[in-house]
Design a protein around this ligand. Sequence first.
Ligand code: NAP
Length: 287
Amino acid sequence: MSDQSPPAAEAEPIPLDLPSAAASPGIGTIGFLGCGQMGRALLSGWLSAGLVAPENVLVAARNSAAETAERFGVRASTPIEVAGEADTIILAVKPAQASALLRGLHFQLGQVVISTVAGVARAKLHASPARLVRVMPNTACRVGRGFTAILGTPDEMPEDIERAERLFSAVGAVATVSDEALFHGITALAASGPAFLFAAMEAMADGGVAAGLPRDLARRLVVHTFAGASALAGVAGASPSALKDEVTSPAGTTIRGLQVLEARAFRGALIDAIAAAADRSRELDKP
Ligand SMILES: NC(=O)c1ccc[n+]([C@@H]2O[C@H](COP(=O)([O-])OP(=O)(O)OC[C@H]3O[C@@H](n4cnc5c(N)ncnc54)[C@H](OP(=O)(O)O)[C@@H]3O)[C@@H](O)[C@H]2O)c1
């Protein structure tokens, strides 16, 4: 640690809109159309937060509905039953399946369909006479620390946005954005981003093992180091660059490691990874 740099930030933490955990009236029955990685993360987060009771949840999938229902104590269902019964419908199938699945179903007036589907513009998904809201969550919703962007254009009904905000703020932070074009970057950074960080965590743990640490200790250190760094960076006014300088003493251990990262274009690789993921999201949006 340097003894010369001023603290990066001493201000109040950024309010992260973390879960209220209170059961939320007005959500009604939640039905999942598709319940794989993303659907289960939401289901698990909402049940843990007490947002919905298991008997008020229906899950429909291709083959795995019964298994998911048994695991979470919810009701196994079919897409037709979900469209017929649920008040709030979570669309969590892969982009390629989304439009065809919705086209084959009959929705009801008053229902709200919430699409978590990456890359597919809201205007390309039709669930009439139900209303449709587009969101982009991430799998950290499973542990109440997700981030969800909600598309809130002037065309959207305020009560639908409010319903989405209530649902997703129960499992993490939310941001309502009015420009749908931002969803490509949001998807890359916040939905794909955790995978990039997991890859970094795995590699850093390997580095710890290479430095002689037992595997379990290396994994624990990585998890706590990421959590601590994230908490520091989340303080209002904090700058990652200043925080990095705090840790980087002249001729110390950190600068030696940073030299290697710079030589291997670490930052350039991350910038390119986010840009590539955003490009892929744009591709998914093409017919
Ligand atoms: N994974 C993420 O981190 C993440 C983050 C943000 C957004 N998303 C979005 O979430 C959506 C789902 O992704 P995922 O990672 O959860 O995929 P996944 O694990 O493959 O889950 C897809 C689910 O859809 C079901 N399914 C497929 N075709 C169906 C059909 N015709 N009718 C009913 N159910 C059907 C599958 O059933 P079976 O289980 O029986 O195969 C499975 O439960 C995607 O659109 C993705 O863009 C994902």
